[in-house]
Design a protein around this ligand. Structure first.
Ligand code: BTN
Length: 252
């Protein structure tokens, strides 16, 4: 199946679009912009080696990027992608999409989507990047485990409506392309104000998971590179790797 965005291969059911994209790259079957989409994943992958529930009715896709782009430009890539997608989805569906650092997509204080980036590099250049996006679109909350139902939601659950997954996919792909183009040109607009408007946790107390510890403080926004600024009891911390594990005041 093709569209103006390049080639999109759609599967009814596979283990994981992210894993298949890796296999395509290893077998030399990939090209820049190739999109692999599945209607259902049986072994969806999340960040930090977690699993990702991917029943029928969601948007599960991975895009392969393989261009000689200097790696330094990719700092903050996932933050910019998440932010831009939340804006595009809000415009398309008229629902209040938000973000949680670094790149979770939120709807009404619950996680509705996530982004997973696998990157391989050669010296200072990007070799391949697999941009995986999962969005809980048209399925009921009951398709998720009891545990996930406490922190996750679906667009259908929040709006009571079903939407065209293809339309959402194409809008996201257009948004992705625009961000990738910015990175290719090294022209990166300042997103610090936009972040404050769209972050679920700006000015709230959060717990941030770093590699070996968890720190608590108030979210004060992001830097130009997409790093998180946290005001702790002992001073300001700038965090480039990790994730907001909890926002005090709501589950998520
Ligand atoms: C997260 O943990 O927040 C990121 C989740 C990313 C899930 C998507 S679904 C499409 C792609 N294939 C996968 O196996 N994972 C990503």
């Amino acid at each position: 199946m093709t569209s103006t965005s390049g080639k999109i291969i759609v599967f009814d059911e596979i283990e994981s679009t992210q894993l298949l994209a890796k296999e395509y790259i290893e077998q030399g079957k990939s090209n820049h912009g190739l999109v692999i989409q599945a209607k259902k994943q049986i072994q969806g992958k999340g960040r930090l080696d977690r699993s990702w529930a991917s029943p029928k009715g969601g948007l599960w896709m991975s895009t392969i990027l393989q261009k000689k782009i200097p790696l330094k430009y990719f700092q903050g890539f996932s933050v910019r992608i998440g932010l831009a997608i939340s804006e595009s989805l809000e415009e398309l569906l008229d629902l209040p999409f938000r973000v949680k650092w670094p790149n979770d997509l939120f709807l009404k204080n619950k996680k509705v989507g996530g982004i997973l980036i696998d990157l391989s590099s050669q010296e200072i250049f990007l070799k391949h990047l697999i941009l995986g996006i999962g969005l809980n679109v048209n399925f009921k909350l009951s398709s998720l485990s009891d545990e996930l139902q406490k922190t996750a939601t679906t667009i259908f659950h929040e709006s009571g409506k079903e939407y065209s997954i293809e339309k959402i996919r194409d809008v996201i792909l257009t948004t992705q392309r625009a961000i990738v183009l910015q990175f290719e040109k090294g022209l990166l607009p300042n997103i610090t104000t936009l972040w404050k408007e769209r972050s679920v946790s700006f000015d709230s107390t959060v717990k941030v998971r770093l590699k070996e510890k968890v720190i608590e403080g108030v979210e004060k926004g992001i830097t130009l590179n997409g790093d998180l600024i946290i005001q702790t009891s002992v001073g300001e911390e700038i965090i480039s790797v990790g994730e907001i594990e909890q926002v005090i005041g709501f589950e998520g």
